[in-house]
Design a protein around this ligand. Structure first.
Ligand SMILES: Cc1cc2nc3c(=O)[nH]c(=O)nc-3n(C[C@H](O)[C@H](O)[C@H](O)COP(=O)(O)OP(=O)(O)OC[C@H]3O[C@@H](n4cnc5c(N)ncnc54)[C@H](O)[C@@H]3O)c2cc1C
Length: 161
């Protein structure tokens, strides 16, 4: 990163991934056009998990190339008078695969369900019974994680420290 001062520590990047509810997954799509698709996700121990329909553009892209990146915007506070935005975001690079093992699929589905609808075991079981065979889980193993914020946020943080 060119501007080292704006770089976020790993723990902050992970916290952003834990707090976020959606991001944009970038894949190498048809005819090598990048395909950037917004998705909900859950972060756990260096992995991001996504659910999806069985078929579609992103599934085709993943089967063609497992290299991917995922961007989550934590903050985008536009400051019109300063002609800027006070931003904070993270980008993960890694390898993405379709979860083939049913036990792992159930575990990752549970992680996702607990992230968005905690303490609803009955609802989760109902959804699994209904849709398990119609849903696909994707496992994104993070190889590199970077985070960056606007210099103004860095300055504010340092003043408060
Ligand atoms: C905040 C948010 C969270 C989401 N969470 C999930 C999730 O957890 N799981 C999930 O499966 N989907 C989620 N979606 C929907 C997701 O963005 C895709 O539309 C969906 O996954 C289908 O993707 P696909 O590649 O199979 O699309 P296909 O049906 O194969 O798409 C065909 C074409 O439609 C266009 N297209 C597809 N999606 C979009 C889009 N979102 N915006 C504009 N054009 C589009 C593209 O041109 C694509 O080539 C979410 C969307 C948003 C905005």
């Amino acid at each position: 990163m060119r501007r080292k001062r704006q770089e976020l520590p790993k723990e902050v990047c992970e916290e952003i991934l834990r707090q976020g509810t959606s991001g944009v997954l970038a894949l190498l799509g048809e005819n090598d056009y990048p395909y950037a698709v917004p998705l909900s996700y859950v972060y756990c121990d260096g992995h991001l998990y996504f659910h999806s329909a069985l078929r579609g553009h992103k599934v085709d892209a993943i089967r063609q190339c497992d290299k991917a990146s995922f961007c989550v915007i934590d903050q985008d506070c536009v400051k019109p008078k300063e002609f800027t935005t006070y931003f904070r975001s993270v980008i993960a690079f890694g390898r993405i695969s379709i979860v083939e093992d049913d036990t792992h699929k159930l575990q990752t589905l549970r992680l996702l369900a607990e992230r968005y609808n905690p303490n609803d075991e009955e609802g989760f079981r109902h959804e699994v019974q209904k849709d398990f065979n119609h849903v696909l889980m994707m496992d994104f193993m993070i190889e590199k994680l970077s985070g960056k914020e606007a210099i103004e946020l860095t300055r504010n943080r340092q003043t408060n420290e």
